[in-house]
Design a protein around this ligand. Structure first.
Ligand code: SF4
Ligand code: SF4
Length: 437
């Protein structure tokens, strides 16, 4: 079975919600919709307090080239536009909508006929994807339109569809693949047409046999689509590692996937592209996993953007009494949530609730020079050294030793027998190096 060549670790998968269906959550009460839901500039509101909104209506336009518009997931009235705290605790502008619970909350479909879809040019496809506010739903939230705009002199050969879902606990991608395989493959075909790529490869880790079967069946209707079973290894779902696993190509430091002829999109992104082009629906909801060892009704939920994490957790049986930490995303690359009133957004792939006994940091020991962190690093870095350089504020040296190539996968901290907070220090070094610029 294929996998990437350098480093990697094998955390316990803990996929408590594997095999669960997707439960739809209706908008209710108040939705607080962040204007910053993609990497890049925040969107600019096109509504004001007192305006009536409908499901699927654009409420904020893209704020720049690297940005994406935002749409209302519900019918209701704009109460105000104000700064609220996001999951990291940072203050960001949001449009606050009072949901009209008597109104129809379904986002209307405006389906295109097969002939209309066939006639769409690459530019028009990119335009539809852009207008629908689609960003990378694997967590990176890079606007999909920007990825598809291949720079002059470069060529996309492969559309790589990321179904690896190597993060422990999360199963939202698995659920979408099991339930919406045909739609994902149709979305991937559209991404291929929009970018001018020649091949589609879907990469899925071996612990999702039902998803692999469903995707293979759906792909059989199309020429040039490969669904590849991957060996389980973290961080397989990281762009550079997935490209290595599936094509054997290496993305050099500081370069992008397109520099080696690849565009990588998550399965949920491909599904969103299908919905935008086939059904005329913008991105207003996403599937996320609410999970944790003590969560009563852990599962996969289709959730409108703007609901508070607290109210989403309520749908999964509520916050367990012994909760020590709530993480937005998975345990490896997710981030501790500062405020449960913060709303979910396009990049929220999961809510992981960790019991108190599991969330305590272990005491840190001295480095025993075992080199396990070096073996685990998929970017070929020397994590122990980068941590030492950061501890001594040697930012130039950290830069010389490629701190900026760290993709923050956390494998080094995970594997360290001395429980050293390696990644925390590397993140500090990266922020200081960025500030030096
Ligand atoms: S967090 Fe960075 S340094 Fe640590 S293993 Fe991952 S890529 Fe390497
Ligand atoms: S894994 Fe931990 S103890 Fe081993 S070399 Fe790296 S920092 Fe030191």
């Amino acid at each position: 079975m294929k996998t990437f060549r350098i480093g990697g670790i094998h955390p316990a998968p803990d996929k408590i919600t594997a095999g669960k269906l997707i439960v739809a959550v209706a908008p209710s009460g108040q939705l607080r919709i962040l204007l910053s839901q993609s990497i890049g500039a925040p969107a600019k509101p096109v509504v004001k307090a007192g305006d009536t909104v409908l499901p699927g209506m654009m409420i904020a336009e893209a704020g720049g080239f690297v940005s994406a518009p935002v749409h209302s997931p519900c019918a209701g009235t704009v109460a105000k536009i104000e700064k609220i705290r996001n999951t990291k605790g940072l203050w960001q502008e949001a449009i606050i909508i009072n949901v009209d619970e008597q109104a129809d909350q379904n986002v209307p479909e405006r389906p295109r006929t097969p002939e209309e879809i066939e006639a769409l040019t690459a530019d028009r496809l990119i335009g539809i994807i852009s207008d629908a506010g689609i960003v990378g739903l694997g967590g990176a939230t890079f606007p999909t339109r920007v990825k598809l705009s291949v720079p002059e002199g470069k060529k996309a050969e492969y559309i790589i569809i990321n179904g690896a879902e190597c993060e422990p606990y999360l199963t939202c991608d698995d659920a979408i693949m099991r339930i919406h395989a045909t739609e994902i493959i149709r979305g991937a075909e559209l991404l291929k047409r929009a970018s001018g790529a020649e091949h589609i490869i879907v990469g899925i880790e071996a612990n999702k046999p039902e998803a692999i079967d469903a995707m293979r069946q759906a792909a059989a209707q199309y020429a040039g689509v490969d669904v590849v079973k991957l060996k389980m290894k973290y961080p397989q779902g990281s762009e550079k590692q997935l490209i290595d696993s599936l094509t054997g190509r290496r993305v050099p430091p500081g370069k992008l996937p397109i520099d080696v002829g690849c565009i990588v999109d998550n399965v949920a992104t491909a599904f969103a592209v299908y919905e935008a082009v086939y059904l005329g629906k913008p991105l207003t909801h996403r599937v996320l996993t609410v999970t944790g060892p003590e969560v009563a009704d852990a599962g996969n939920f289709l959730v409108p953007f703007g609901l508070s994490l607290a109210s989403i957790i309520d749908r999964a049986g509520g916050l367990p009494d012994d909760t020590g930490k709530v993480i937005a995303g998975g345990p490896m690359m997710g981030q501790a949530v500062a405020d449960l009133d913060a709303p979910n957004a396009k990049g929220t792939s999961g809510i992981l609730i960790i019991p108190a006994k599991m969330s305590e940091r272990k005491p840190t020991g001295p480095c025993i020079r075992c080199a396990k962190c070096v073996d685990a690093c998929c970017m070929g870095l020397e994590p122990y050294l980068l941590m030492t350089l950061a501890q001594n504020a040697l930012w130039e040296e950290a830069k010389k030793h490629s701190a900026m190539s760290c993709l923050e996968c956390g494998s080094c901290s995970f594997i360290c027998p001395a429980d050293r907070p390696i990644l925390d220090f590397i993140k500090l070094a990266k922020s200081r190096i960025k500030a030096m610029k």
